[in-house]
Design a protein. Structure first.
Length: 268
């Protein structure tokens, strides 16, 4: 049975039992927001959660009806692994890129091929890193963070494509637009930080710490003058994102249903 039929059936059984959503919460150890979203057809719970609801309502959950939520989690888990691996590579490549950019702007670095290869590597690995985080938001819903991540993904694709064009042609020079590029990434990082702040009770207060780091680094990078100082909170921010991906991989990989906590962890 799929949504929204599943939600309607659970709602009907609950009402037939004369139970409120709050009373059902006490019987199946879920939270009210989770049950509300399931009954509204907004989420498809895992079979463990469905079984707990059916047992609380005095009904039998047949194995033949267990949906393929587990199969849906597999591609998400794969993308989280890809995002984590790509994030590690990006983390080291980015520092080579920054040093090369400084030398290039000063005119002391003259190998556009090597610089272009590093730029291409950062473009690919950072894009996969961000996409892994986007996939994480499909398991731990957060609309604001998801939008912010898409904005960053698009900004990354545009600006690094421009970088590669500037290295391959003489149409324009990197120094002509570099400050605009920094300001754009500063805004994107600040937006991502605001998105992380929307998580509540997810892995202690780690998302709130990440959110603060993202906003601070975003402001410093946006100011351009404080961009170098912004690398300190930005480094901590990106290391925290890698840690959050590891946490999500472990969380989704567990056999117990995550639905009992997912909905209460998000405010947006």
């Amino acid at each position: 049975m799929k949504q929204p039929e599943l939600g309607k059936r659970i709602s009907e059984m609950r009402r037939a039992k004369g139970l409120t959503q709050e009373e059902l919460v006490e019987l199946c150890n879920l939270n009210v927001r989770t049950i509300q979203r399931i009954e509204a057809g907004e989420v498809t719970p895992r079979s463990y959660t469905i079984k707990a609801l059916f047992e609380a309502l005095g009904a039998t959950w047949q194995n033949s009806e267990q949906e393929v939520n587990e199969s849906k989690s597999k591609p998400v888990l794969t993308w989280l692994y890809v995002g984590f691996g790509s994030g590690l590579i990006y983390f080291f490549l980015s520092y080579f890129e920054i040093s090369m950019e400084i030398e290039w702007m000063e005119g002391s670095f003259g190998n556009p091929l090597n610089f272009g290869l590093v730029k291409a590597g950062v473009l690919i690995t950072f894009s996969l890193f961000i996409f892994g985080l986007i996939k994480m938001t499909s398991a731990f819903p957060n609309k604001i963070l998801q939008i912010a991540l898409w904005v960053m993904l698009i900004a990354n694709g545009i600006w690094y494509s421009i970088d590669l064009i500037s290295l391959a042609t003489s149409i324009f020079k990197m120094e002509d637009y570099y400050f605009v590029k920094l300001a754009t990434f500063g805004l994107a990082y600040g937006f991502m930080g605001a998105g992380f702040l929307c998580y509540k009770n997810l892995w202690s207060n780690i998302p709130q710490i990440l959110g603060a780091l993202g906003i601070v680094s975003g402001i410093l990078i946006f100011s351009v003058a404080g961009a170098l100082f912004g690398l300190i909170p930005l480094t901590l921010f990106e290391l925290g994102e890698l840690g959050l991906l590891i946490w999500a991989i472990n969380k989704i990989g567990r056999t117990s249903s995550p639905d009992s906590t997912f909905s209460s962890q998000v405010t947006a």
